[in-house]
Each structure stands twice: as structure tokens, then as C-alpha cells.
Design a protein. Structure first.
Length: 226
């Protein structure tokens, strides 16, 4: 599919062409109901830099910027965007999946229900720890560099430890496929499978933004600060 995102195209046209982008609008503080307004106009209404918005949109669609494009873009909103993404996953997406899992677990044998919920709880703790590390180490490092100061942290440390937090979602799906009785109600099971697949894709995109935009941006800041 051809990726075409322009300042003057309608925001409604953008999300109609690429529905997956709807999921990330709230992380920019952008709400639905933008009518026929352009991408530029909607971003201006919500105090979002349009070039940065389009950079992230393209990344979510698999089109990653060069270092030159990154450095030419105002990156003031990168850390706030990533913080909002973390809050979105922890306060909305994961609790939504948890509610579906509880409904399923209520109709399962106690042993299987315990496997479901304990595995999910472990995954949620892993995601939370992953985000906590970024917010405690990486984001302050970025702010330090942006203020033309130095610290001892290096983004290579982050790269070396940056694992995929979506891998365990595949394991959770396999647990559902393996242990869910064929007599279980379909709606909750189908809903949770869809939600997990959707979240997995979203998290992969989130990780790509960090790997392909955040990391090269910070490396450039570090080189400038040295």
C-alpha cells in the first residue's frame, strides 16, 4: 500500500486509509470529531507539531526516517508522546484484556484459570518494569542532553537491554488456544484473541519507534554533547 501523508490532506482521509493510526491519536491528545479538517489544522488545534506527527505515523506504517529527517524534525514532543504511550498501554489496553481474561477464567477449572491470570500478571509486571526503566533512565538522559548538559548514561546501555515486550503475548495466545475448552463461550475468547493480536502489533510498532527514531536521535544528541 502506498503511504501518502501530507499536511493538507484530511485527517479523516488519513485514518480511513490507515485505520491502525486511530489507536495512536489519543497519545497526541487528538480526539475524534475532526470533520473535514486537514492534518495540519487538527494538529494545530491540539498543539501537535505536524512534521513530528507525520514522522510517527509513517513509522507506525513501516516507513522509517533517515537520521537527516530525524534531525530536521522538532523532537520536543518525542518524550511526552512515549510517556503517553506507556500510560495508554498500562491504564487502558492491558486492563481491557484483563477484564476479558477474568470473564474467561470464571468458566474454567481453577488450575487453568490460575495459569491464565498468573501468566498475564507476570506479563503486566514485565511491561511495567520495561516502561519504568525508560522513564527513570532514558527520558531523563534525553532531557539532560537537550539542555546541553552531560551525564554518565549512554543510549547503548538501553539498546543492549531493549527486549521485545510483545513476545509473551504470543505465549499467552498459545495458552488460550491450548487450554480453552471448546465449550467456552465464543465472544470473550474471540475478543481477547483479537485484542492480544492488536496489542502485539501495536507494541511492535511502539518498539520500532524507539529503535528507529528514539535511539538514533539520542545517539546524535550524545555525539553533539561530547
Amino acid at each position: 500500500m502506498e503511504i501518502s501523508i501530507e499536511h493538507d490532506m484530511k485527517m479523516s482521509e488519513l485514518v480511513t486509509r490507515h485505520p491502525m493510526l486511530v489507536m495512536m491519536l489519543s497519545r497526541f491528545g487528538i480526539t475524534l470529531g475532526f470533520g473535514d479538517k486537514s492534518v495540519d489544522a487538527v494538529c494545530a488545534m491540539h498543539g501537535v507539531d505536524t512534521d513530528f506527527f507525520m514522522l510517527i505515523c509513517r513509522a507506525y506504517l513501516g516507513v522509517f526516517p533517515s537520521l537527516e529527517q530525524i534531525t530536521a524534525t522538532n523532537m520536543d514532543q518525542l518524550v511526552p508522546y512515549l510517556r503517553q504511550s506507556h500510560a495508554y498501554y498500562l491504564s487502558k489496553r492491558l486492563p481491557h484484556i484483563e477484564r476479558h481474561l477474568h470473564h474467561i477464567a470464571e468458566r474454567l477449572p481453577a488450575r487453568v484459570a490460575k495459569v491464565f491470570m498468573s501468566f498475564f500478571d507476570g506479563y503486566r509486571q514485565e511491561v511495567s518494569a520495561h516502561f519504568d526503566y525508560e522513564e527513570a533512565c532514558v527520558f531523563p538522559h534525553i532531557e539532560t542532553l537537550r539542555n546541553r548538559l552531560k551525564d554518565s548514561y549512554r543510549i547503548d546501555t538501553y539498546v543492549a537491554s531493549h527486549g521485545n515486550i510483545d513476545d509473551k503475548l504470543d505465549d499467552l495466545l498459545q495458552i488460550i488456544f491450548k487450554y480453552l475448552p471448546c465449550t467456552s463461550a465464543d465472544d470473550d475468547a474471540l475478543d481477547v484473541v483479537y485484542d492480544i493480536l492488536s496489542l502485539s502489533t501495536d507494541l511492535k510498532n511502539h518498539a520500532s519507534v524507539e529503535d528507529r527514531i528514539l535511539v538514533p536521535y539520542v545517539k546524535q544528541l550524545e555525539q553533539t554533547a561530547l
